[in-house]
Design a protein around this ligand. Structure first.
Ligand code: ADP
Ligand code: MG
Length: 256
């Protein structure tokens, strides 16, 4: 059984009383411990699909199974990291991570310890009492990652988490995310429009067509880890995928 099984899931939104298809029926299985990147142009439905996996949004058709059970809402086993960090400025770093544990199974008295452990894991053990506005962008996103990881989710859902960060900070976070997520069975679904980033992080890269999005291609990435964003082999594969994305008429879903 797959950790996540997405079956014929589609979504339309109603705007100005007109219903528009945002995501054509999509099917995808994601296995335990797999790191899958969803890549496609802006507006192709990546966030929509991620929110449906998180249980924040209902699909119009199809179902998404988590360990064989139909997802009907959010659950502690699935945690989300947003592009804009979504942190609370009136709480300190530790408070933000503890807040993420309020719906978890972790008893109240153990939450502080779990939050501290999670902050150490992302290398923020020295700023636990800082306010959010005192942190750099990279540190803020680390807090958001610590908050998501604190409850030890089986599935980590990340929506363009590094898009707002500068290149050097991103590079450090690629290394951190690979370190944090490797070998502990965490399944990651990572949304990005940056192909090189997807190749750096993913075991598989799933390409979406333009709006209304449709899964059109799939690439397995077998480069050894940890991967460096500037590795020439990684660049070559990114180029191949970029060309595939630009090609028109990729109607059949292919695995290269
Ligand atoms: P992506 O994350 O790939 O950029 P989204 O999932 O955010 O794409 O959006 C897919 C399409 O659905 C876009 O055309 C977007 O404008 C539309 N859309 C997204 N959310 C809403 C909403 N709440 N109401 C109306 N249209 C929406
Ligand atoms: Mg999006």
């Amino acid at each position: 059984m797959s950790r996540l099984s997405i079956r014929n899931v589609s979504k339309s939104y109603i705007a100005d009383k007109i219903s528009g298809l945002a995501l054509s029926p999509a099917s995808l299985d994601v296995e335990e411990g797999e790191f899958v990147c969803l890549v496609g142009p802006s507006g192709c439905g990546k966030t929509t699909l991620l929110h449906m996996i998180a249980g924040l949004l209902e699909s119009d058709t199809g179902v998404i199974l988590y360990d064989g059970e139909i997802i009907t809402g959010p659950g502690a086993g699935r945690a989300m990291v947003f592009q804009d960090f979504a942190l609370f400025p009136w709480l300190d770093v530790l408070g933000n991570v503890e807040f993420g544990l309020r719906f978890s199974d972790i008893p109240h008295r153990k939450r502080r310890k779990a939050a501290l452990e999670s902050l150490v894991r992302v290398n923020l053990g020295n700023v636990v009492h800082s306010r959010i506005h005192e942190l750099s962008g990279g540190m803020k996103q680390r807090v958001a990652i610590a908050r998501a990881l604190a409850a030890h989710p089986r599935v980590l859902l990340m929506d363009e988490p590094f898009a707002a960060l500068d290149a050097m900070t991103r590079e450090q976070l690629y290394a951190d995310v690979q370190f944090i997520c490797s070998g502990n069975g965490t399944t990651v679904v990572f949304v990005t429009h940056n192909i090189r980033e997807a190749v750096c992080l993913g075991d598989r890269v799933i390409l979406f067509s333009e709006h209304p999005g449709r899964i059109c291609r799939e690439f397995s990435v077998r480069l050894p880890r940890p991967r460096q964003i500037n590795d020439p082999k990684l660049s070559a594969l990114s180029l191949e995928i970029t060309r595939a994305l630009k090609q028109r008429g990729t109607s059949a879903r292919k695995r290269l």
